[in-house]
Design a protein. Structure first.
Length: 399
């Protein structure tokens, strides 16, 4: 497959790509599980006495979250429990000086790779390997390590270019994410395979359903995709506030796929039997889907009876994959669906993967233990791709 840190020679000068892309609120970078996960790889390399130079990106040019990585260095240092130096340069003289003055066991983070013009355009690895960015930095290193699984669907210079110029290895995060997230496409399970599908990115998850073919036995639906399927089944759901066309647009974009999925695999697709909404007293109220006769309100969660029908399906499964929340779980009133399925998964010993940055946040928010899940992914777009068995550019160049 690919080489890992177990194959690395001692005392190397290593260039390591992490994915520390994080939410930024009021110019403050928010700590999150990406730091914690990557800290393991960084600590292992520093403890082994390598000279460790880190690359990562934050946001996209033009966005409010397109900021320097200075704060990331401080947050990472806390998680690694080791000093992380920072230099506000990617491959200029300042960066090279800092790289050259590193001693064994020291760690240095370079500036946001997306501040470098050659990083972003999606191009073939050979083109990226030929950039000044890669050609300038590569000679200062003995090895390249990619730990940024969650960015590996991008063919950017720091993700694909160095792997063609230096001996390339997968970091610990890359290794575990790859193995768990590809398993739906690559592994044979003895029993029932179930996928929980929700969230707001309806087109993405509907494509996953469409591409997975016979790999999944049961789909349990909620969120926006769930409402679109209910609409296809003839129910008056998918309410848009005045002046908005969100549901109508999603419906137009996905209608053909939804109808053919229902046609071909309708018995494998479980839809909500009741839904929850906010009543006039700002409280959670529920209604049976069969009683909905007008499209006049927004639904923010699946109902309790739906959770009761989904629960035994999860408990009977050999493997459960989650992509997207079943409701607006950030508001406790509408967390019943998401927490209900996650709790069922955590109480069984099935193989499980929970993906999506937002959805996996529900685990800690509602006091569940990550250790009760097979794998909690820190990837968004890369997880979606892995679920369909599509190759990831950053992984292919490691192979
Ligand atoms: N019925 C609903 N109405 C409004 N929001 C919903 C509803 N159902 C789910 N959500 C929202 O969906 C979000 C999670 O799904 P989403 O697809 O956006 O992200 P994800 O898959 O968790 O992560 P990533 O952003 O990393 O891909 C949650 O934040 C939740 O509030
Ligand atoms: O946060 C992510 O999902 C990855 O870092 C990819 O970021 P991007 O969507 O801006 O390329």
């Amino acid at each position: 497959m690919f080489k890992t840190l177990d194959d690395l020679n001692p005392e190397q000068r290593v260039l390591v790509r992490l994915d520390l892309n994080s939410p930024v609120e009021d110019d403050e970078v928010q700590d999150n599980r990406r730091f914690d996960r990557h800290a393991e790889t960084v600590r292992e390399l520093a403890d082994a006495g390598h000279r460790v130079v880190l690359m990562a990106h934050q946001g996209r040019p033009g966005g409010d979250d397109f900021v320097s990585l200075e704060q990331h260095a401080a947050i990472l240092a806390k998680h690694v429990d080791h000093d992380v130096q920072f230099v506000a340069d990617t491959y200029g003289d300042e960066a090279i000086d800092a790289i050259e003055s590193l001693s064994a066991g020291e760690v240095l983070l370079l500036e946001n790779t997306r501040m470098c013009d050659e990083e972003l355009p999606e191009e073939d690895p050979e083109v990226k390997a030929d950039t000044e960015f890669v050609q300038t930095l590569a000679p200062y290193f003995d090895a390249y390590i990619n730990d940024a699984y969650s960015a590996a669907h991008r063919s950017h210079a720091s993700l694909v270019g160095f792997a063609l110029e230096l001996p390339a290895y997968a970091g610990r995060v890359m290794q575990t994410e790859y193995e768990a997230n590809s398993s739906i496409a690559t592994r044979e399970f003895d029993g029932q395979v179930t996928m929980v599908v929700g969230g707001t990115k309806a087109t993405d998850v509907i494509n996953v359903m469409n591409n997975l073919g016979d790999k999944v036995d049961q789909f349990l639906l909620g969120g926006i995709a769930g409402e679109l399927f209910l609409r296809a089944a003839g129910h008056e759901v998918g309410f848009d506030l005045d002046g908005m066309d969100f549901f109508d647009d999603q419906w137009e974009a996905n209608r053909d796929t939804i109808e053919s999925l229902l046609d071909e695999r309708g018995d494998q697709i479980k839809l909500a039997v009741d839904l929850a909404y906010e009543d006039d007293n700002d409280e959670r109220a529920e209604i049976a889907v069969s009683d909905i006769d007008e499209k006049d309100r927004a639904y923010l969660d699946v109902g309790s009876e739906t959770v009761e029908t989904y629960d035994p399906i999860i408990r009977d499964s050999e493997a459960v994959f989650v992509k997207g929340a079943l409701g607006l779980f950030e508001d406790e009133r509408f967390s019943v669906g998401t927490v209900g399925v996650l709790r069922a998964i955590s109480e069984t010993d099935c193989f499980s993967v929970v993906g999506g940055g937002d959805t996996s946040r529900a685990i800690e928010m509602y006091g569940m233990d990550e250790a009760d899940f097979g794998h909690v992914s820190i990837a968004g777009g890369a997880y979606i791709r892995a679920l369909t068995g599509a190759p990831l550019a950053g992984v292919e160049v490691l192979k």
